[in-house]
Structures are given as structure tokens and as C-alpha cells.
Design a protein around this ligand. Structure first.
Ligand code: ZN
Length: 225
């Protein structure tokens, strides 16, 4: 899981300015969502123990309500066109009816202002309505896509990298001062399990997670093979 600045994020997405939470079909073959599990996050996004993300839909825009956090979220604009929530809902419906493959979604998770964690690709597999704080919100389930040999433990280790809780990521980033613990580089940083999950290491304590640059992350990985 790469840690990147917003400008690196924009470069990676071919210069596309990703500013909204849900960016449906912003790229030819996939959508992009921005998520946050920080305490002051505007939305209630969660990561389950299975690695699946429950992603909250958009509020209505400020020009449609003076209190977007208090009113029901919507699938349609006043014009009758679908909102981003509506477009995601339709994708799930089509997928469930067997009409198409699940929508691919690239997820970026906010670590702090201007700093993002590249969570990789997910599949949009479900959508539902929930009642929260006396209003209607939409929730979307995103299932991690992991392209490694599933017969070995690297699958589990990569999945567990994606499940490091937001507060642990923040604590580790702060403790390691945004630098690789081995060489001090601030480029190409990753969250690394000191003891991999497959060897019994935990994702839920900062003492088992460290920042490493790509070079040292790869070197370390080789040792465990
Ligand atoms: Zn390094």
C-alpha cells in the first residue's frame, strides 16, 4: 500500500482531478472513490475484518439543502438524472442481474491533509439503504481485488496491509515522521507489517507496523520467502 501525495495521485490518474468522494467511470475501465476513516471524516466509512469496505454515499449538494448532513441522501438529482449514488446503485443492480461484471473501483484513503494511501482496486458488489441519525444514507460494499497467487500466504499479507486501521496508520506515520525507517527516504512509502500476518503478526497495533520505502519493503519481503 503506497503512501502518496495528492499530486502523485493526480499523476497516477493521468492528470484527472479527483475531488469528489465517488467519481463514477472517471477512467475508461474504472471508477475512483476517496475514503476516510479519520475522526473528523465527513462520512462514516468502515473496513470490515474481511477487508470489505462499507462506503457511504454522497450527501445532496449544498445548493439543494442548507443542511446536507441532515437530509436524506438521494439517487436522483432534481433534474431526474442519477447522482453518483444512483450510478453506483445501477451498477450493482446490473451486476446482481448478471448483466455485467462488477464495477472496478480504485480506492484512495486519506491519511492526513494532502497525503493519501493507495488502497488498490476493489469490486463494487452491493448497495443498500440504511437509516442513520434519523435520515436515509446509502452504503456500498467494495471487495478487495488482490492479484497475487492465492495459494500462498502473500494473499493474506496483502489483504491485511489493506486492513490496518486508520488510527494505527496515523500513529505509525507520525511516529516514523513520514520517513522510511531504514534509509529515511520520504518517497514511495508503504505500511509494512514487521511480523507478517501469515506469521502471526497483528495489523491492529502500531508496534507491529512501520514505514518502509518501496526498496526496503521489497528487500524485506524477499527474506520471508
Ligand atoms: Zn528505505
Amino acid at each position: 500500500m503506497n503512501i502518496i501525495s495528492y499530486s502523485e495521485l493526480t499523476n497516477k490518474e493521468d492528470g484527472k482531478q479527483v475531488t469528489k468522494g465517488i467519481n463514477y467511470a472517471i477512467q475508461k475501465n474504472y471508477s475512483i472513490v476517496l475514503m476516510s476513516t479519520l475522526d473528523n471524516a465527513p462520512y462514516n466509512d468502515r473496513i470490515f475484518d474481511t477487508g470489505i469496505i462499507e462506503y457511504e454515499g454522497h450527501n445532496v449538494p449544498k445548493n439543494e439543502s442548507s443542511n446536507p448532513e441532515m437530509v436524506d441522501q438521494s439517487l436522483l438529482r432534481p433534474s431526474g438524472n442519477p447522482t453518483e449514488n444512483g450510478k453506483f446503485f445501477k451498477e450493482v443492480l446490473n451486476f446482481k442481474q448478471g448483466l455485467r461484471e462488477p464495477e472496478r473501483v480504485q480506492v484512495y484513503r486519506k491519511l492526513k491533509k494532502g497525503i493519501w494511501v493507495d488502497m488498490g482496486f476493489y469490486e463494487l458488489i452491493d448497495a443498500y439503504e440504511k437509516s442513520e441519525n434519523l435520515r436515509k444514507v446509502f452504503k456500498f460494499l467494495l471487495k478487495p481485488v488482490i492479484n497475487v497467487n492465492q495459494s500462498d500466504n502473500s494473499y493474506l499479507d496483502i489483504l491485511h496491509d489493506r486492513k490496518i486501521p486508520g488510527e494505527i496508520q496515523q500513529e505509525v506515520y507520525k511516529r516514523d515522521r513520514g520517513k522510511c525507517r531504514i534509509c529515511g527516504s520520504t518517497n514511495n512509502l508503504h505500511f509494512d507489517h514487521i511480523l507478517p500476518f501469515s506469521k502471526g503478526g497483528s495489523s491492529k497495533v502500531a508496534s507491529n507496523i512501520q514505514l518502509l520505502c518501496a526498496r526496503h519493503n521489497l528487500k524485506k519481503g524477499a527474506k520471508f520467502i
